[in-house]
Design a protein around this ligand. Structure first.
Ligand SMILES: [Zn+2]
Length: 160
């Protein structure tokens, strides 16, 4: 399986410039806004791929300050349905570029977050907006179902 080219740290998403390869940090607070590579000025966008979250502090920084909604895939390497859903999430991330961010959280690697959000089965998708969780749903889904789940909940959240 291809490793994600993007990484997260406490203040932003680290993305490689598609033109010159330099690593740039897109701050969570301005994610989705226009930004350019610091070295060559090529326009950069939020990652068009799911990005792995590897610790709770990074997760908290992301969901508390992200300007974009964040969709979290709680998964584990031994979970068959999770592996089936992985390519579906990749498709969704390609289409969602700049609208929301998709991150993957391995509940074996970061068990404290699975406990905090009371994840009882995986895969579970949780949607965060404005620093709070607005929805969570267990079970594997197709790309089309993931898109409609997220769109419906974001629409409901912004209408409330
Ligand atoms: Zn560049």
């Amino acid at each position: 399986m291809a490793m994600s080219a993007s990484k997260l740290d406490r203040s932003g998403v680290l993305v490689a410039c598609p033109s010159c390869g330099k690593t740039n940090r897109l701050r969570y607070s301005t994610l989705g806004s226009a930004s350019r590579c610091g070295a060559c000025q090529t326009p950069l966008s939020a990652p068009a791929e799911p990005v792995e979250v590897t610790d709770a502090a990074t997760f908290d920084a992301l969901v508390s300050s992200s300007a974009l909604p964040v969709v979290v895939d709680f998964w584990a390497p031994w979970c068959g349905p999770c592996r089936m859903m992985a390519p579906e999430l990749e498709k969704v991330a390609q289409d969602a570029m700049g609208q929301w961010l998709i991150v993957k959280l391995n509940t074996d690697a970061v068990p404290e977050l699975g406990e905090r959000f009371r994840i009882r089965s995986i895969p579970t998708l949780a949607i965060f907006q404005g620093g709070r969780q607005i929805h969570s749903a267990a079970g594997a889904r197709s790309a089309a179902d993931i898109r409609s789940l997220v769109a419906a909940n974001l629409a409901r959240s912004s209408a409330a």
